[in-house]
Ligand binder design. Sequence first.
Ligand code: CUA
Length: 329
Amino acid sequence: VVARALALVGISVALAGCGRENALEPASPQQHRIVDLFWGMTAGAVIGFALIVFLLWLGWHRRGRADLPGGGGDRRGTTLVVVLGVVVPIVVLSALFVWSDVFVLRATSAPARGTTELTVEVIGHQWWWEARYPGTSAVTANEIHIPAGTRVEVVGTTADVIHSLWVPRLNRKIDVIPGRRNRIVFDATEPGRYRGECYEFCGLQHAHMGLAVVADPPARFRAWLAHNAKDAASPATPQQQHGRQVFLSQACSGCHQIRGTRAHAVVGPDLTHLADRATIAALTLPNRPDSLADWVRDPQHEKPGARMPALPLTEGELNDLLAYLRSLR
Ligand code: CUA
Protein backbone atom coordinates (compact mmCIF):
# COMPACT_ATOMS: atom_id res chain seq x y z
CA VAL A 1 0.00 0.00 0.00
CA VAL A 2 2.81 2.37 0.92
CA ALA A 3 4.62 1.64 -2.37
CA ARG A 4 1.39 2.22 -4.30
CA ALA A 5 0.72 5.50 -2.47
CA LEU A 6 4.27 6.67 -3.13
CA ALA A 7 3.93 5.79 -6.81
CA LEU A 8 0.67 7.77 -6.98
CA VAL A 9 2.29 10.79 -5.34
CA GLY A 10 5.27 10.46 -7.71
CA ILE A 11 3.03 10.35 -10.80
CA SER A 12 1.01 13.37 -9.58
CA VAL A 13 4.17 15.38 -8.97
CA ALA A 14 5.59 14.37 -12.36
CA LEU A 15 2.35 15.31 -14.17
CA ALA A 16 2.03 18.56 -12.23
CA GLY A 17 5.27 19.75 -13.78
CA CYS A 18 4.27 18.54 -17.23
CA GLY A 19 5.70 21.25 -19.47
CA ARG A 20 3.13 23.81 -18.30
CA GLU A 21 3.63 26.81 -16.09
CA ASN A 22 4.65 26.16 -12.51
CA ALA A 23 3.24 28.74 -10.13
CA LEU A 24 6.00 27.79 -7.68
CA GLU A 25 8.66 29.06 -10.09
CA PRO A 26 8.16 32.79 -9.61
CA ALA A 27 9.24 35.16 -12.39
CA SER A 28 8.29 38.42 -10.67
CA PRO A 29 8.67 40.04 -7.22
CA GLN A 30 4.89 39.67 -6.68
CA GLN A 31 4.86 35.94 -7.37
CA HIS A 32 7.94 35.58 -5.14
CA ARG A 33 5.87 36.90 -2.23
CA ILE A 34 3.07 34.46 -3.00
CA VAL A 35 5.45 31.50 -3.27
CA ASP A 36 7.20 32.44 0.01
CA LEU A 37 3.78 32.50 1.70
CA PHE A 38 2.91 29.13 0.18
CA TRP A 39 6.10 27.47 1.43
CA GLY A 40 5.81 29.20 4.82
CA MET A 41 2.28 27.90 5.28
CA THR A 42 3.26 24.43 4.04
CA ALA A 43 6.18 24.27 6.49
CA GLY A 44 3.94 25.50 9.34
CA ALA A 45 1.27 22.94 8.48
CA VAL A 46 3.82 20.11 8.36
CA ILE A 47 5.32 21.11 11.73
CA GLY A 48 1.85 21.46 13.32
CA PHE A 49 0.74 18.11 11.94
CA ALA A 50 3.92 16.41 13.15
CA LEU A 51 3.43 17.89 16.62
CA ILE A 52 -0.17 16.63 16.81
CA VAL A 53 0.82 13.16 15.60
CA PHE A 54 3.57 13.09 18.23
CA LEU A 55 1.14 14.11 21.01
CA LEU A 56 -1.37 11.49 19.89
CA TRP A 57 1.32 8.88 19.91
CA LEU A 58 2.49 10.03 23.35
CA GLY A 59 -1.07 9.83 24.70
CA TRP A 60 -1.52 6.34 23.35
CA HIS A 61 1.90 5.20 24.57
CA ARG A 62 1.22 6.42 28.12
CA ARG A 63 -2.46 5.50 28.14
CA GLY A 64 -2.22 3.56 31.44
CA ARG A 65 -0.67 6.40 33.42
CA ALA A 66 -2.27 9.37 35.14
CA ASP A 67 0.71 11.71 35.40
CA LEU A 68 2.24 13.85 32.68
CA PRO A 69 5.69 13.17 31.23
CA GLY A 70 8.14 14.82 33.62
CA GLY A 71 5.55 14.83 36.41
CA GLY A 72 2.98 17.46 37.27
CA GLY A 73 -0.73 17.29 37.94
CA ASP A 74 -3.97 18.74 36.60
CA ARG A 75 -2.75 22.30 36.90
CA ARG A 76 0.17 21.71 34.58
CA GLY A 77 -2.11 19.81 32.19
CA THR A 78 -4.48 22.74 32.01
CA THR A 79 -1.57 25.12 31.37
CA LEU A 80 -0.38 22.88 28.50
CA VAL A 81 -3.86 22.81 26.94
CA VAL A 82 -4.21 26.58 27.17
CA VAL A 83 -0.75 27.22 25.72
CA LEU A 84 -0.91 24.68 22.87
CA GLY A 85 -4.63 25.01 22.17
CA VAL A 86 -5.22 28.74 22.60
CA VAL A 87 -2.05 30.84 22.86
CA VAL A 88 -0.05 29.15 20.07
CA PRO A 89 -2.91 29.21 17.49
CA ILE A 90 -3.69 32.87 18.26
CA VAL A 91 -0.04 33.86 17.83
CA VAL A 92 0.50 31.75 14.69
CA LEU A 93 -2.77 32.79 12.98
CA SER A 94 -2.25 36.47 13.84
CA ALA A 95 1.25 36.36 12.35
CA LEU A 96 -0.10 34.58 9.28
CA PHE A 97 -2.87 37.16 8.94
CA VAL A 98 -0.40 40.06 9.00
CA TRP A 99 1.96 38.28 6.59
CA SER A 100 -0.71 37.33 4.04
CA ASP A 101 -3.53 39.87 4.39
CA VAL A 102 -1.28 42.85 4.94
CA PHE A 103 2.11 42.31 3.30
CA VAL A 104 1.46 39.79 0.49
CA LEU A 105 -1.91 41.34 -0.32
CA ARG A 106 -0.41 44.81 -0.49
CA ALA A 107 2.46 43.65 -2.72
CA THR A 108 0.20 41.81 -5.19
CA SER A 109 -2.92 43.98 -5.31
CA ALA A 110 -3.82 46.68 -7.85
CA PRO A 111 -0.85 49.03 -8.29
CA ALA A 112 -1.10 52.51 -6.74
CA ARG A 113 -1.40 55.41 -9.18
CA GLY A 114 1.94 56.53 -10.52
CA THR A 115 3.85 53.36 -9.58
CA THR A 116 3.74 51.82 -13.05
CA GLU A 117 5.42 52.89 -16.28
CA LEU A 118 3.02 51.41 -18.81
CA THR A 119 -0.63 50.42 -18.99
CA VAL A 120 -2.00 47.53 -21.04
CA GLU A 121 -5.71 46.92 -21.38
CA VAL A 122 -6.58 43.24 -21.52
CA ILE A 123 -10.10 42.37 -22.64
CA GLY A 124 -11.55 38.88 -22.28
CA HIS A 125 -13.65 37.50 -25.13
CA GLN A 126 -15.29 34.14 -25.70
CA TRP A 127 -12.64 32.63 -26.20
CA TRP A 128 -9.56 34.75 -26.66
CA TRP A 129 -7.78 37.75 -25.16
CA GLU A 130 -7.44 41.19 -26.69
CA ALA A 131 -4.64 43.55 -25.63
CA ARG A 132 -4.61 47.29 -26.25
CA TYR A 133 -1.89 49.80 -25.50
CA PRO A 134 -3.52 53.13 -24.58
CA GLY A 135 -1.91 56.11 -26.26
CA THR A 136 -0.92 54.03 -29.29
CA SER A 137 -2.93 52.28 -32.00
CA ALA A 138 -1.28 48.94 -31.18
CA VAL A 139 -3.72 46.05 -30.69
CA THR A 140 -2.93 42.39 -30.45
CA ALA A 141 -4.51 39.12 -29.40
CA ASN A 142 -3.44 36.40 -27.00
CA GLU A 143 0.29 37.26 -27.11
CA ILE A 144 0.67 40.24 -24.85
CA HIS A 145 4.06 41.94 -25.06
CA ILE A 146 5.42 43.80 -22.04
CA PRO A 147 8.90 45.16 -21.27
CA ALA A 148 10.87 43.02 -18.76
CA GLY A 149 12.00 44.62 -15.52
CA THR A 150 9.19 47.17 -15.73
CA ARG A 151 6.09 47.56 -13.61
CA VAL A 152 3.19 47.25 -16.05
CA GLU A 153 -0.36 48.03 -15.01
CA VAL A 154 -2.81 45.57 -16.54
CA VAL A 155 -6.43 46.73 -16.66
CA GLY A 156 -8.75 43.78 -17.16
CA THR A 157 -12.23 44.10 -18.67
CA THR A 158 -14.51 41.81 -20.64
CA ALA A 159 -16.46 42.07 -23.85
CA ASP A 160 -19.02 39.45 -22.82
CA VAL A 161 -19.08 37.15 -19.76
CA ILE A 162 -16.88 36.87 -16.68
CA HIS A 163 -13.40 35.49 -17.36
CA SER A 164 -10.39 35.31 -15.08
CA LEU A 165 -6.90 36.37 -16.09
CA TRP A 166 -4.13 34.28 -14.55
CA VAL A 167 -0.46 34.14 -15.45
CA PRO A 168 0.83 31.82 -12.70
CA ARG A 169 4.49 32.84 -12.77
CA LEU A 170 3.78 36.58 -12.68
CA ASN A 171 1.04 37.31 -10.15
CA ARG A 172 -2.25 36.18 -8.66
CA LYS A 173 -5.36 36.08 -10.81
CA ILE A 174 -7.95 38.78 -11.38
CA ASP A 175 -11.48 38.25 -12.60
CA VAL A 176 -12.62 40.37 -15.52
CA ILE A 177 -16.21 41.36 -14.89
CA PRO A 178 -18.71 43.27 -17.08
CA GLY A 179 -18.79 46.94 -16.09
CA ARG A 180 -15.69 46.78 -13.92
CA ARG A 181 -12.03 47.60 -14.47
CA ASN A 182 -9.90 45.31 -12.33
CA ARG A 183 -6.20 46.03 -12.17
CA ILE A 184 -3.07 44.05 -11.47
CA VAL A 185 0.66 44.56 -11.94
CA PHE A 186 2.86 42.43 -14.22
CA ASP A 187 6.53 42.92 -13.41
CA ALA A 188 8.56 40.16 -15.10
CA THR A 189 12.07 40.06 -13.70
CA GLU A 190 13.59 38.38 -16.78
CA PRO A 191 12.67 38.40 -20.46
CA GLY A 192 10.67 35.29 -21.32
CA ARG A 193 7.37 33.87 -22.43
CA TYR A 194 4.92 33.27 -19.58
CA ARG A 195 1.79 31.30 -20.25
CA GLY A 196 -1.56 32.25 -18.78
CA GLU A 197 -5.03 30.78 -18.77
CA CYS A 198 -8.60 31.84 -18.31
CA TYR A 199 -9.46 30.67 -14.80
CA GLU A 200 -13.23 31.17 -14.71
CA PHE A 201 -15.57 28.84 -16.57
CA CYS A 202 -16.86 30.96 -19.44
CA GLY A 203 -18.46 28.55 -21.90
CA LEU A 204 -17.60 25.77 -24.31
CA GLN A 205 -14.02 26.75 -25.12
CA HIS A 206 -13.03 27.94 -21.64
CA ALA A 207 -10.22 25.39 -21.59
CA HIS A 208 -8.84 26.77 -24.88
CA MET A 209 -8.52 30.37 -23.79
CA GLY A 210 -4.80 30.60 -23.29
CA LEU A 211 -2.61 33.64 -23.42
CA ALA A 212 1.11 34.30 -23.40
CA VAL A 213 2.76 37.25 -21.75
CA VAL A 214 5.92 37.91 -23.73
CA ALA A 215 8.38 39.93 -21.65
CA ASP A 216 10.89 41.52 -24.05
CA PRO A 217 14.04 43.46 -23.22
CA PRO A 218 12.81 47.10 -23.09
CA ALA A 219 14.44 48.17 -26.38
CA ARG A 220 12.92 45.23 -28.23
CA PHE A 221 9.56 45.95 -26.63
CA ARG A 222 9.63 49.56 -27.86
CA ALA A 223 10.45 48.33 -31.38
CA TRP A 224 7.61 45.79 -31.21
CA LEU A 225 5.13 48.42 -30.02
CA ALA A 226 6.14 50.90 -32.73
CA HIS A 227 5.84 48.21 -35.39
CA ASN A 228 2.50 46.96 -34.09
CA ALA A 229 1.06 50.48 -34.09
CA LYS A 230 1.66 50.71 -37.84
CA ASP A 231 -0.89 49.80 -40.48
CA ALA A 232 -0.66 46.49 -42.29
CA ALA A 233 1.80 46.20 -45.15
CA SER A 234 0.28 46.45 -48.63
CA PRO A 235 0.06 43.19 -50.55
CA ALA A 236 3.33 42.57 -52.40
CA THR A 237 2.14 40.02 -54.97
CA PRO A 238 -0.98 39.62 -57.13
CA GLN A 239 -1.87 36.53 -55.09
CA GLN A 240 -1.75 38.49 -51.83
CA GLN A 241 -3.69 41.29 -53.46
CA HIS A 242 -6.44 38.85 -54.43
CA GLY A 243 -6.28 37.41 -50.91
CA ARG A 244 -6.99 40.86 -49.50
CA GLN A 245 -9.94 41.17 -51.85
CA VAL A 246 -11.27 37.85 -50.59
CA PHE A 247 -10.81 39.05 -47.00
CA LEU A 248 -12.68 42.30 -47.62
CA SER A 249 -15.49 40.85 -49.71
CA GLN A 250 -16.14 37.79 -47.55
CA ALA A 251 -17.44 37.73 -43.99
CA CYS A 252 -13.86 37.94 -42.60
CA SER A 253 -14.01 41.73 -42.58
CA GLY A 254 -17.33 41.62 -40.73
CA CYS A 255 -15.54 40.43 -37.60
CA HIS A 256 -11.84 41.27 -37.89
CA GLN A 257 -9.81 44.42 -38.19
CA ILE A 258 -6.80 44.90 -40.45
CA ARG A 259 -5.58 48.43 -39.93
CA GLY A 260 -4.83 50.21 -43.17
CA THR A 261 -7.78 48.52 -44.92
CA ARG A 262 -11.47 49.21 -44.58
CA ALA A 263 -11.90 46.21 -42.25
CA HIS A 264 -12.44 47.69 -38.79
CA ALA A 265 -14.66 45.19 -36.99
CA VAL A 266 -13.78 44.28 -33.41
CA VAL A 267 -15.70 41.04 -32.90
CA GLY A 268 -12.67 38.81 -33.51
CA PRO A 269 -8.93 39.39 -33.05
CA ASP A 270 -7.13 42.24 -34.81
CA LEU A 271 -5.18 40.64 -37.67
CA THR A 272 -3.02 43.62 -38.72
CA HIS A 273 0.18 41.84 -37.69
CA LEU A 274 -1.12 38.27 -37.52
CA ALA A 275 2.06 36.74 -38.98
CA ASP A 276 4.04 38.19 -36.06
CA ARG A 277 2.31 35.89 -33.61
CA ALA A 278 3.60 32.42 -32.78
CA THR A 279 0.15 30.92 -32.22
CA ILE A 280 -3.45 31.29 -33.33
CA ALA A 281 -6.85 30.50 -31.79
CA ALA A 282 -5.80 31.57 -28.27
CA LEU A 283 -2.65 29.41 -28.18
CA THR A 284 -4.54 26.36 -29.38
CA LEU A 285 -2.61 26.03 -32.66
CA PRO A 286 0.87 27.02 -33.84
CA ASN A 287 0.81 29.84 -36.39
CA ARG A 288 2.01 27.66 -39.27
CA PRO A 289 0.65 27.63 -42.84
CA ASP A 290 -0.95 24.20 -42.41
CA SER A 291 -2.67 24.92 -39.09
CA LEU A 292 -3.78 28.38 -40.26
CA ALA A 293 -5.33 26.69 -43.31
CA ASP A 294 -7.06 24.10 -41.10
CA TRP A 295 -8.34 26.85 -38.82
CA VAL A 296 -9.79 29.04 -41.58
CA ARG A 297 -11.24 26.03 -43.40
CA ASP A 298 -13.06 24.62 -40.37
CA PRO A 299 -12.77 26.53 -37.06
CA GLN A 300 -15.48 24.36 -35.49
CA HIS A 301 -13.31 21.28 -35.93
CA GLU A 302 -10.42 22.87 -34.01
CA LYS A 303 -12.53 24.67 -31.38
CA PRO A 304 -16.16 23.49 -31.30
CA GLY A 305 -18.40 26.39 -30.33
CA ALA A 306 -15.89 29.07 -31.38
CA ARG A 307 -17.57 32.22 -32.66
CA MET A 308 -15.79 31.94 -36.01
CA PRO A 309 -17.80 30.25 -38.77
CA ALA A 310 -16.44 28.27 -41.69
CA LEU A 311 -16.77 30.30 -44.89
CA PRO A 312 -17.74 28.90 -48.28
CA LEU A 313 -14.41 29.62 -50.00
CA THR A 314 -13.06 27.85 -53.06
CA GLU A 315 -9.61 26.26 -52.70
CA GLY A 316 -8.17 29.06 -54.86
CA GLU A 317 -9.71 31.79 -52.71
CA LEU A 318 -8.54 30.06 -49.55
CA ASN A 319 -4.94 29.79 -50.82
CA ASP A 320 -4.82 33.46 -51.81
CA LEU A 321 -6.41 34.50 -48.50
CA LEU A 322 -3.80 32.48 -46.60
CA ALA A 323 -0.99 34.01 -48.67
CA TYR A 324 -2.28 37.44 -47.69
CA LEU A 325 -2.71 36.59 -44.00
CA ARG A 326 0.80 35.12 -43.87
CA SER A 327 2.19 38.36 -45.32
CA LEU A 328 0.84 40.42 -42.40
CA ARG A 329 4.12 40.77 -40.51
CU1 CUA B 1 -12.70 32.77 -20.42
CU2 CUA B 1 -12.84 30.81 -19.11
